[in-house]
Design a protein around this ligand. Sequence first.
Ligand SMILES: O=C(CO)[C@H](O)[C@H](O)COP(=O)(O)O
Ligand SMILES: [Fe+2]
Length: 225
Amino acid sequence: MSVKIAPSILAADFAAFGAEIEAVEAQGADWVHVDVMDGHFVPNLTFGPDMCRALRPHIKTVMDVHLMIAPVDPYIAAFAEAGADILTAHVEAGPHIHRTLQAIRAAGCRPGVALNPGTPAEAVRPVLDLVDLVCVMTVNPGFGGQSFIESAIPKVAQLRDWGGPDLHIEIDGGVSASNARRLVDAGADVLVAGSSVFRGGSVADPAPYGENIRAIRTAATSVSV
Ligand SMILES: O=C(CO)[C@H](O)[C@H](O)COP(=O)(O)O
Ligand SMILES: [Fe+2]
């Protein structure tokens, strides 16, 4: 599978999301990662389905919605109607993860399951047949710009082994050109990157977004020596 770079708009200008998305897609983003936080499952608040609906017309690629909320089930229909392509729920967010993932697919989205750095890979093994994507968190969710947690990397190889070649394995948190290669070598194919993509650029000067995306992609796909 080709490596996909999914900029997290958590690191974009909150007053200009539409223009930021168009800029980052024009600069080479493969997917757009939208972080939904509820102030309960994680200690921060961002936005909900109405914001996703407003963003949808600006996204030409894939709207990858990361739900850091609990409970999840009451909001699935609203995010699906808002136009999410991928809806990812945390395995830690509730006791009935099978039901949640089945409901996401029934609503017309591609289901993903996310796991926190402290959660072992075994926790999502029973639902791998229900998902198109596993999101391996390499920070504790809630904020952008945190330091990458190395100890999550062995989970990636384990999940690739169990999930086979068609499962998307996404890494989220602290991804940069300096760790991209190790993540792809371990079996990841989707790299979420917020601060390391939006750093140094703006809607008025989007070229750094392209440079940052190319740096991550080049690092991720370079041949080892
Ligand atoms: O889910 C997230 C945080 O909970 C974000 O997607 C993630 O932190 C991306 O930001 P950065 O690349 O700056 O770490
Ligand atoms: Fe995220």
